[in-house]
Design a protein around this ligand. Structure first.
Ligand SMILES: Cc1cc2nc3c(=O)[nH]c(=O)nc-3n(C[C@H](O)[C@H](O)[C@H](O)COP(=O)(O)OP(=O)(O)OC[C@H]3O[C@@H](n4cnc5c(N)ncnc54)[C@H](O)[C@@H]3O)c2cc1C
Length: 398
C-alpha cells in the first residue's frame, strides 16, 4: 500500500474530502485528469451555506456578492427583490477549484494532475489498486485502503466497484458574455432568474468580475432545445448570442432514493453521488457537504473503529438526503404550477423571503418541530399531486 487514501477528482467534492481527511492525520493522494487551473461547466454560484462549511476565507476568489434577485426577463416583465445581506457569492470554477486544491495541499495532500484514472480493483487484502494513465499513455498504479470517487457526473470509479451511477435528470448549458466596460449597473449585486423559461429549470444571469455568466438548465428532455433557449434568453436582454464565450454544457446528476454511496472502502461524493439539489440545480453544497460527512468516517475506518464505510451511508440518509428529497418535492410543485408560484414570489414579500432563505442557507428546510413536520407532510402531499399532473401532461415520463 503506497498511501492510505486515494481521492479521484479534484472538484469541490474531491479537494474537500482530501483536505478534511488529511487534516485528520492521514496520507492522501488526490488525482485529476486535468491540469489545473481548469474550467468546468458551472455558474460558479456559491451559496452562504456552502461557504459556511469551508474553514477558510473564500474572499480571494469571490468576484461578486449577490444580495438581490431579478425575477422574470425584460420581455415578460421583471421584479427586483432585495435581501439586504449576502445570499450568493459569485466565483469562476477555474479559480475556485484551484484555490480549494491549494488549501488541500496546505493540509498535506499530494496532488497528481494530468492523470486519468482508468480502473479500480479490490485486492484480496482489502486494499484497492487504482490504475491510471498520463496524457502520453504512460500507465501507473497506486494502492490504498480507501478510494473516494469524486470524479463527477460521468465518473467511473463507483461503477468499477459495482456501485450504480446516479440518475442524470438535469442538463444545463452556459456561456460567458464579456463586459469590457464593467457589469451593467442594474445587475450589480443581483442575479437574474427566469423560471418560466424552460421546463424543470430556469435561465440565469450571474455577474462576475469582467463578464456575465448566462445559462439555462432544465429536465434532461430539454437537452436538444437548450441551445435555442439560451440564444433566445440572451436576445431578450438585447445582447447577441454570438458574443457568448466558453460555452459548455453538462449533466446535473440527481441521487435516486436508496442509492448506495459506500461499499467496503470506496465511497462516492459530490456529483458522483448525485448530490445536485433538484430545485436550484446547486451542486457545490452537496459536493462539499458529502465530503465533510465522509471524512470522519474514513478516519474511524483507518483507525480500526469500524469495518467499512457504511457509517457514511447512514450519515447520507440521516443528514443530507432529507434536504435533497424536500428540494425534489418543491421542484415538482414549482414546475407543475409555475404560474401561481412565480406570481406569489413576485408579489408577496413573504413568499420571496422563503425562496431567498432556501437559496442562501437552506434554512427553510431546517426548521424543527411540529410546524416543520406539518409543512413537510403538506409539501409531500402536494408534490405527489404535482408529479401526477406532470406525468399526465407528458412533462415527465417516470
Ligand atoms: C451549466 C451548469 C451550471 C451549474 N451552476 C452551478 C452553480 O452556480 N452553483 C452550484 O453550486 N452548482 C452548479 N452546478 C453544479 C456543479 O457544477 C456540480 O454539482 C459540481 O461541480 C460538483 O462537484 P464535484 O467535485 O462532485 O464534481 P466536478 O466538479 O465535476 O469534478 C470532478 C473532477 O473529476 C475529474 N475526473 C473525472 N473523471 C476522472 C478520471 N477518470 N480520472 C481523473 N480525474 C477525473 C474531473 O477532471 C473533475 O476535475 C452547475 C452545473 C452545470 C452543468
Amino acid at each position: 500500500m503506497d498511501t492510505e487514501v486515494i481521492v479521484v477528482g479534484a472538484g469541490p467534492a474531491g479537494s474537500t474530502a482530501a483536505r478534511e481527511i488529511a487534516s485528520r492525520g492521514h496520507r492522501v493522494l488526490l488525482i485529476d485528469r486535468a491540469e489545473f487551473p481548469r474550467d468546468k461547466a458551472c455558474g460558479g454560484g456559491v451559496s452562504v451555506k456552502t461557504r459556511e462549511l469551508l474553514p477558510f476565507d473564500l474572499s480571494p476568489v469571490i468576484e461578486h456578492v449577490v444580495t438581490g434577485i431579478i425575477l422574470g426577463n425584460p420581455r415578460t416583465g421583471t421584479v427586483t427583490r432585495e435581501t439586504g445581506e449576502p445570499m450568493l457569492y459569485m466565483t469562476q470554477r477555474r479559480r475556485l477549484d484551484a484555490f480549494l486544491v491549494d488549501r488541500a495541499r496546505e493540509a498535506g495532500v499530494e496532488f497528481l494532475q494530468g492523470q486519468v484514472v482508468r480502473g479500480v480493483e479490490a485486492r484480496p487484502d482489502g486494499t484497492y489498486e487504482v490504475r491510471m494513465e498520463d496524457h502520453e499513455d504512460h500507465a501507473s498504479t497506486h494502492t490504498a485502503r480507501v478510494v473516494v470517487a469524486a470524479d463527477g457526473a460521468n465518473g467511473i470509479v463507483g461503477h468499477a466497484v459495482g456501485l450504480a451511477r446516479p440518475l442524470a435528470h438535469g442538463v444545463a448549458l452556459e456561456g460567458n458574455l464579456p463586459c469590457p466596460d464593467g457589469i451593467p449597473l442594474w445587475l450589480q449585486g443581483h442575479v437574474a432568474v427566469d423560471v418560466a423559461l424552460i421546463p424543470g429549470g430556469y435561465g440565469w444571469l450571474f455577474p462576475k468580475g469582467d463578464h456575465i455568466n448566462i445559462g439555462v438548465g432544465g429536465w434532461a428532455d430539454a437537452g436538444p432545445k437548450l441551445r435555442d433557449t439560451l440564444d433566445s434568453y440572451v436576445r431578450t436582454y438585447g445582447w447577441d448570442p454570438g458574443a457568448l464565450r466558453d460555452e459548455a454544457g453538462h449533466q446535473l446528476p440527481l441521487q435516486p432514493k436508496g442509492m448506495r454511496v459506500a461499499k467496503g472502502g470506496v465511497a462516492l461524493v459530490g456529483d458522483a453521488a448525485g448530490m445536485v439539489e433538484p430545485l436550484l440545480g446547486e451542486g457545490m453544497y452537496g459536493a462539499v457537504a458529502s465530503a465533510c460527512a465522509l471524512a470522519p468516517v474514513v478516519h474511524r475506518y483507518l483507525n480500526g473503529a469500524c469495518a467499512d464505510l457504511a457509517e457514511y451511508q447512514q450519515a447520507m440518509e440521516r443528514d443530507l438526503r432529507p434536504d435533497l428529497e424536500r428540494a425534489g418535492y418543491l421542484a415538482d410543485i414549482l414546475h407543475a404550477w409555475p404560474g401561481p408560484l412565480v406570481w406569489g414570489a413576485r408579489r408577496s414579500k413573504r413568499a420571496w423571503w422563503a425562496v431567498a432563505a432556501l437559496m442562501s442557507t437552506g434554512r427553510m428546510a431546517r426548521a424543527d418541530g411540529l410546524l416543520s413536520r406539518v409543512a413537510d407532510a403538506t409539501v409531500r402531499g402536494l408534490a405527489r399531486i404535482a408529479r401526477t399532473s406532470l406525468r399526465r401532461r407528458h412533462l415527465i415520463t417516470e
